[in-house]
Design a protein around this ligand. Structure first.
Ligand code: PRT
Ligand code: ZN
Length: 285
């Protein structure tokens, strides 16, 4: 039977979350310790484990049908693959940083400067778009050390908390790109494989929607019911049922994580009582 082949980072910042995502999508893999390849039990899927740098090319070549990579790798490699889903984890940014004692007047300060990076394509493109001519110096690792050993004047690298920059005496001066884990796909998949991918993406979206939403139940005084319903519109509209106690109703709905606290505060102001918030296991989108 046809299988969808997915490439996942062998070991690194994307590995664990990517496997967890598959698990939440109901896909269990048959190996405890990671091998080069594993086959899912209850879904037509095969996983191959690769270095993240190699994944875009393998997907372009069709060795894997899809892959999970940082958006930065997708942008850097410029492979002929499609970005089909954003996953929201392993978020980071790619920024230019300079020694913290130096002043920064804007991107034009980079004219004639040496910038060390592992992402020359993204950097060169950005500088070109802004008419800045710098000397881009490619390093495969430990980019943050380059200024202190005199290899460069600035760096362009991944930043997450910013502590690596601080501990190397650098400061972030320009953010060029934001990145998160994404699913990339081959452009020439057979119909059978495409439909497996559609099913996988449907499951992934349901997992994502569930983690971004909560189920809320509350008791509302009837005279405030209209205002309470407006505060929590829900997926369609909330379910409203009369309570045994005269003048009160029970309201059930779905609340997004983003607006959560604002809505709760407003509901309390309106006299809602017995508010219960429950995690959603899956949400079919
Ligand atoms: O071995 P392989 O080639 O597969 O892995 P890798 O070492 O190239 O990649 P890995 O596992 O480090 O990162 C994989 C992906 O995670 C990256 O491509 C990014 O999309 C994403 N990601 C998210 C990060 C970070 N956060 C991150 N903080 N990748 C790297 N870092 C590094 C960064 O290079 C810098 O050295 O962490 C340091 C900065 O972190 P802060 O928190 O000190 O700012
Ligand atoms: Zn890598």
């Amino acid at each position: 039977m046809e299988k969808l082949r997915i490439a996942i980072q062998k070991s690194g910042r994307l590995s664990e979350k990517s496997l967890e995502l598959l698990k939440e999508a109901g896909i269990s893999l048959n190996n405890g310790s990671r091998k080069l390849r594993s086959v899912a039990q209850s879904f037509p899927l095969e996983v191959i484990y690769l270095r993240d740098d190699d994944i875009p090319q393998y997907v372009e070549d069709g060795v894997a049908h899809i892959g999970i990579v940082g958006e930065n790798e997708f942008a850097e490699k410029e492979c002929a693959v499609d970005l089909v889903e954003r996953l929201g984890y392993s978020r980071c940014r790619l920024s230019i940083a300079i020694p913290k004692s130096e002043d920064y007047g804007g991107l034009e300060d980079m004219n004639g400067r040496r910038i060390a990076t592992s992402y020359p394509v993204i950097l060169t493109k950005y500088l070109g778009e802004h008419g800045v001519k710098a000397d881009v110096h490619v390093l495969s690792g430990s980019v943050e050390l380059a200024p202190s050993i005199g290899v460069s004047d600035a760096i362009f690298d991944i930043v997450s908390s910013g502590s690596t920059l601080i501990s190397n005496g650098l400061k972030e001066v320009e953010t060029i790109m934001r990145s998160e884990a994404v699913v990339i796909a081959n452009r020439n998949m057979e119909e059978g494989v495409k439909s497996i991918l559609a099913n996988l993406l449907f499951r992934i979206r349901s997992v994502k929607a569930a983690s971004n939403n909560k189920y809320i139940l509350l008791n509302a005084p009837n005279e405030k019911l209209d205002q309470i319903i407006q505060t929590i519109p829900g997926m369609k509209s909330p379910t409203v049922m009369p309570l045994a106690e005269e003048g009160w109703s029970s309201v059930h709905s779905v609340l997004s994580e983003k607006e959560f606290w604002g809505v709760i505060d407003r509901l309390r102001e309106l006299g809602a009582q017995g508010i219960l918030v429950i995690p959603i296991e899956k949400m079919i989108v």
